[in-house]
Design a protein around this ligand. Structure first.
Ligand SMILES: [Zn+2]
Length: 359
């Protein structure tokens, strides 16, 4: 494409030169006619082939005139090219730009001596080719965008959460579930808010070793949300995680574990630590993920629970500064807005058809 643009630009330059040459020849033609050397239309005189040999008694004189005109045209063409430093091959970048080659000037002179018509035709041909290329490119582009929505827009891209089985898609965590989850348990990581997902995985992997191989995989949450608001899927949603001790209602077998990175417990019980809370971005992503899970598994609002409320014993997870109620309310709000949006619900229907979601 850029090459064709270059050709056209170069030819336009030559077109200008050939038009100049034509004007000069026209003048020359008039002078020749004045001194009585044949008559005729300019187009006939410019090219020998255009002359009809049988029609005129003046044929000899016409040929003579055409020959003079053509020779003059070539000499003039070469002259124009020489003085304006026009070299066709060097302009097309087919030969080195410096120095200007005499044969390139000769060739260019012959080209423009043919008049502007052949150059016009060449330009038109290239423009046609350029249009065809452009159309082809556009056709390819629409083809790509027609194919790409399926590649690019993975299920969940409308809601901003995609899922492909978490960290170990080929391994079903601590065994596959016997039934789909009914609860969502909220945790904090108990670490610094700056901990990355990798840090959380390392921490969990350490626990696996402490347990002397009793876990097949890392004891884990189903998803983790870092302080920057990014979600990270950890163990498969259709598998049993390892985030809560078995209680009367809630257990690993019937719940999903969602971990917010940070420690949201006040350091001193008597002085609430107001700075110690999850980021808004974290809560926003958390609420969206909870809304998605509620839609996927039909989990009622009251079944979104804090770790500390479902496990006996003194559990400080997700911490007394964690805005549990606000998170749940936010997820309900999001869920309702999604249910009113046909495109999002369509997206969620596609989401449901993916692997690693249902037992
Ligand atoms: Zn916890």
């Amino acid at each position: 494409m850029p090459q064709i643009d270059l050709y056209i630009a170069v030819l336009l330059e030559f077109l200008a030169a050939s038009v100049l040459l034509e004007r000069i020849l026209e003048f020359f033609d008039k002078i020749l006619s004045l001194i009585g050397l044949g008559m005729g239309r300019k187009a006939q005189l410019l090219r020998l082939a255009d002359i009809d040999l049988n029609t005129s008694v003046q044929t000899d004189r016409l040929i003579k005139k055409a020959f003079i005109m053509q020779t003059a045209g070539i000499i003039l063409g070469i002259g124009i090219c020489y003085f304006s430093q026009l070299g066709l091959l060097r302009a097309l970048k087919l030969i080195a730009p410096e120095p200007l080659q005499w044969w390139d000037v000769l060739l260019s002179g012959i080209l423009i001596s043919g008049g502007s018509e052949p150059i016009h035709q060449l330009i038109n041909f290239l423009k046609g080719h350029q249009e065809a290329l452009k159309e082809e490119k556009e056709r390819l582009q629409t083809q790509i965008t027609q194919v790409n929505p399926q590649v690019q827009s993975l299920p969940g891209s409308r809601i901003g959460i995609t899922y492909q089985g978490g960290l170990y898609p080929d391994k079903p965590g601590h065994g596959l579930r016997k039934a789909n989850p009914q609860y969502i348990v909220i945790h904090h990581s108990g670490t610094s808010t700056s901990a990355s997902f990798e840090d959380i995985v390392r921490m969990e992997q350490k626990e696996r070793h402490n347990a002397k191989g009793s876990y097949k995989l890392d004891p884990s949450f189903h998803s983790v949300i870092t302080y920057d608001g990014q979600y990270h899927h950890y163990c498969r949603w259709d598998s049993v995680g390892w985030h809560v001790a078995k209680g009367t209602r809630v257990s690993n077998a019937n719940s999903l574990g969602l971990c917010f990175v940070g420690n949201f417990q006040s350091r001193r019980k008597d002085v609430p630590d107001l700075k110690n809370k999850p980021s808004e971005a974290q809560l926003e992503t958390g609420a969206r993920l909870i809304a998605l899970w509620r839609l996927l598994y039909n989990i009622p609002e009251q079944n979104i629970v804090a770790h500390s409320t479902v496990q006996r014993g003194r559990i400080l997870c997700p911490g007394d500064n964690f805005p549990m109620e606000r998170l749940v309310a936010k997820s309900t709000q999001i869920l309702k807005s999604w249910q009113n949006d046909a495109l999002i619900m369509e997206d969620i229907e596609r989401f449901k058809k993916q692997r690693f979601i249902y037992v």
